[in-house]
Write a protein of this length. Structure first.
Length: 108
């Protein structure tokens, strides 16, 4: 396996982890029971829909989506998930290229 292929694989795995962690950590504020029954998570595109309506918190309330949720009914939009992965992959590549350009220009 070439070094370029390994780098692409590592960046892809990092991107996957980044999408999952950011989706879990980014909270959604709900203002009523209806909002709690239809929570949308993911950025820039929402790809998780969860129903946390069985909870009875005081409103307004901040909730988190969990990608691997067994306790709440969850629906996934795999196309949006894939597009989010592509978005974060391209952003990661751009940041790395900018970092490498700055680093090589400092060495000159």
């Amino acid at each position: 396996m070439k070094l370029k292929d390994i780098n692409t694989l590592v960046i892809g795995l990092f991107t996957s982890l980044l999408v999952l962690v950011l989706t879990t950590l980014k909270g959604v504020e709900v203002l009523n029971k209806t909002d709690l029954e239809n929570i949308s998570c993911g950025w820039p595109l929402t790809f998780i829909e969860q129903n946390q309506g069985r909870l009875d918190p005081p409103f307004p309330w901040k909730v988190n989506c969990h990608f691997f949720s067994l306790e709440f009914p969850t629906q996934y939009n795999w196309i949006n998930f894939g597009l989010d992965m592509v978005f974060y992959f391209l952003v990661t590549i751009a940041v790395l290229k900018i970092f490498l350009m700055i680093r090589t220009s400092e060495r000159k």
